[in-house]
Design a protein around this ligand. Structure first.
Ligand code: NCD
Ligand code: ZN
Ligand code: ZN
Ligand code: ZN
Length: 355
């Protein structure tokens, strides 16, 4: 069997590129190089930067960094904070969506107040994407607002049995809810934490148990997107006294899912739906003409964090043997990645909302 196959350019709707403010962890350059190496031609960057992206000046900082450095296409989220409940909607056309942090996370963007949440959800335009970090009972809260205001909502990194079952029930009731699951919640559990290490295994939402992981696989039809939640922190930080939560994921996601295909747990069609078609529809992303990735299905390799394009230099999947690897990426007719080398020019990536 010929082991080479073409897929559309993958879309990751959830990455942290740390630019501005923490470019020692990652920046728009290293993060989008990692994206290309992983087969992604579009990434949607989260707003929990320093400063957080909540207004025009902070958004301009991120946009000018991205414009100079990005190697693949990108969108940028606006963060919902205490001070932008009235002004956020004015920036709706320039961002890929509004991000609500309702639970334990990394960074200062966290909405505690029910009133503030109500105002943000009410004020954000109904036809613009709204994404929520919501777990446990805050998931019920955001689903209620989506129902009340008859609008869509996208739930980030679903990790638990009770949550995927609640989202299934909401979908069956006709609510306009979509969701994503991260590869680490599909391929790792809390039982893997000792081997990964005490600081390195910290992530939000936490690694769950085998029953939670089983529920995610059993309810694959409820999962609209696979999103890496690429959240790089340096090894020094992860192995230090106050390890911040987060895993890098851009360069291992596709290979993990291709390995699952090879093991008979997934199909190529289901993979493409969750890594291209569905995120493109949910976030109303533009077409990328003459764009595809070439994948070698038979390439077996071992994850080695130090060899990745990401600046953070480690992986929670260290040492894992995977089957399937990106060989080439073509973006708008240009070969931008081939056999481990990024060939694109910095700044050649486009902002999906400023075209
Ligand atoms: C994310 C980060 O580091 O920015 N960390 C994480 O553990 N997932 C924040 C987040 O996605 O909530
Ligand atoms: Zn530019
Ligand atoms: Zn989150
Ligand atoms: Zn995240």
């Amino acid at each position: 069997m010929n082991g080479t196959i073409n897929f559309p350019g993958l879309i990751d709707p959830h990455v942290h590129l740390r630019d501005p403010g923490a470019t020692h962890k990652e920046d728009f350059g290293s993060g989008t190089r990692a994206a290309l190496a992983g087969g992604f031609t579009t990434v949607l960057a989260m707003p929990n930067t320093q400063p957080p992206l909540t207004d025009t000046p902070s958004l301009e900082l991120a946009k000018s960094a991205a414009c100079k450095k990005a190697y693949c296409d990108y969108g940028i989220y606006l963060g919902a904070g205490p001070d932008n409940r009235e002004t956020a909607s004015r920036l709706a056309a320039r961002v890929c969506g509004l991000k609500l942090y309702l639970d334990q996370t990394y960074g200062p963007l966290r909405i505690e107040s029910l009133g503030l949440l109500h105002e943000h959800v009410s004020n954000w335009p109904a036809d613009r994407p709204l994404a929520a970090h919501a777990a446990g009972r805050s998931l019920a809260a955001i689903l209620f607002f989506a129902a009340l205001l008859e609008r869509s909502v996208h739930i980030c990194h679903v990790s638990r049995r009770s949550e995927i079952l609640l989202i299934r029930a909401a979908k069956e009731k006709g609510l306009r809810v979509t969701c994503e699951v991260a590869p680490h919640h599909l391929f790792l559990t809390e039982a893997d934490a000792p081997q990964i290490g005490p600081g390195r295994s910290k992530v939000r939402p936490r690694l769950a148990n085998a029953s939670d992981q089983d529920a995610l696989w059993t309810n694959l039809d409820v999962i609209d997107c696979f999103a890496t939640d690429h959240a790089p922190h340096t090894l020094e930080e992860k192995d230090g006294p106050q390890p911040p939560p987060g895993f890098p994921g851009l360069e291992t996601a596709l290979a993990l899912f291709l390995t699952a295909v090879s093991d008979g747990r997934l199909t190529h069609e289901k993979l493409i739906a969750r890594m291209h078609t569905n995120p493109k529809r949910i976030f109303s992303l533009p077409d990328q003409d003459e764009t595809s990735i070439e994948v070698d299905l038979n390439d077996e390799w071992e994850v080695c964090g130090a060899e990745l394009q990401s600046q953070c230099g480690w992986s929670p999947f260290e040492g894992m043997r995977l089957k399937g690897r990106v060989r080439r990426v073509v973006l708008r007719g240009q070969c931008v990645y081939a056999d481990g080398q990024v060939l694109a020019a910095p700044g050649s990536g486009q902002d999906i909302r400023e075209r």
